[in-house]
Design a protein around this ligand. Structure first.
Ligand code: FDA
Length: 305
């Protein structure tokens, strides 16, 4: 049943018509539990509130299925606006973005131009940029673009997904770049010929990737809500005397906020991924797919309307 619901929400997440419709109608169905708001002003309030609690942020201006150059340029300009807000208001925040929203599916030239424009501003304001990882058809291209940009800018990192068979090799290949990597389990619907179909195998690979990257001596973001992964990391860094500034825990806005605070109180660096904007639909559907228990919030949201 849980698997069926997961597939259903991942199917809905990929629906372009619903994505477009959702933009028009504002945050609905309890999406505001996971999305900070539709405007940068509202997102800034959320960041300030989290910062006051000792929680760092990575801010994402939501956007999916970009097919026109003008849309990609607008996404890039909005991301630049976020970076300027972060810098000018001295927020403890970074930004995250998706290469498809910067024009990766349109042309190499457009995505590279937008990324360099963003990274120039990020460098000026000393704001770190993480490239999110999308579905497996885009992994190769994303890592290629990341590798090129990392040779030009220091303030850039990316994401490795534990459900992909290829990830251990990718981590080893990226090692010479000393990259700051976020390790996640993976949020897309992937076929069994590219991704581990079982949670147990994904979890084992997750731990292996965390181990590899930490022992390679690089900064590692442990992005998960799973206590088993968190406890494993705590034990591992203690056993190997890895300093607190070589890693951080990351969670998504609205998920396990009390656990986020506990980790801060225990003295760990904690960063929360805060999405905002009108293009909330796909992001929201992937959150529902991860945890069908969240559907209860949706139903309550519908009833309240
Ligand atoms: P998983 O879903 O396996 O759950 C394991 C356990 O964690 C549960 O049994 C429960 O105990 C606990 N848990 C999970 N969700 C909970 C909830 N809502 N409430 C209470 N407990 C809960 N993906 C991707 O493909 N590309 C990307 O770029 C990113 N970026 C990203 C950034 C950040 C900061 C995070 C935290 C996550 C991502 N992801 C991502 C999403 C990621 O791939 C994954 O889908 C989710 O984090 C869910 O997997 P978990 O590791 O949290 O545990």
């Amino acid at each position: 049943m849980e698997k069926m619901l997961r597939n259903f929400f991942l199917y809905l997440a990929g629906n372009k018509t619903l994505t477009k419709m959702a933009k028009k109608y504002g945050l609905k169905f309890g999406a505001s539990r996971f999305v900070a708001g539709e405007t940068i002003e509202r997102a800034v309030q959320v960041i300030q509130d989290l910062n006051q609690k000792g929680i760092k942020v990575t801010l994402d201006f939501l956007g999916e299925f970009i097919s026109k150059e003008s849309e990609a340029n607008e996404m890039a300009n909005n991301t630049i606006r976020s970076i300027k807000y972060i810098g000018e208001q001295h927020l403890d925040a970074q930004v995250s973005l998706k290469l498809t929203s910067m024009g990766m599916d349109i042309s190499d030239e457009i995505v590279m131009r937008n990324m360099r424009k963003i990274l120039e501003v990020a460098k000026t304001y000393d704001v770190f940029v993480t490239i999110d990882m999308e579905d497996h058809t885009r992994t190769e291209q994303t890592l290629k673009i990341f590798t090129q940009l990392k040779s030009e800018y220091d303030c850039i990192g990316t994401v490795i997904q534990a459900y992909l068979y290829r990830s251990q090799k990718d981590i080893e290949q990226l090692h010479p770049l000393s990259p700051r990597l976020r390790i996640v389990k993976g949020a897309y619907k992937e076929p069994a010929d590219v991704a581990f179909p079982n949670k147990k195998e994904v979890d084992e690979n997750y731990k292996k990737l965390v181990r590899t990257h930490l022992l390679n001596g690089h900064f590692t973001a442990i992005a998960t809500h799973d206590d088993a992964m968190i406890e494993y990391t705590k034990q591992f860094v203690q056993n190997h005397k890895i300093a607190n500034d070589q890693f951080e825990f990351q969670m998504l806005y609205g998920i396990r906020p009390e656990r986020q605070l506990e980790l801060v109180k225990e003295g760990f660096n904690m960063r929360v991924y805060v999405p905002y904007g009108t293009d909330w639909y796909g992001y929201f559907m992937r959150r529902l797919a991860e945890r069908p228990a969240n559907v209860g919030f949706v139903l309550k949201g519908i009833v309240k309307k």
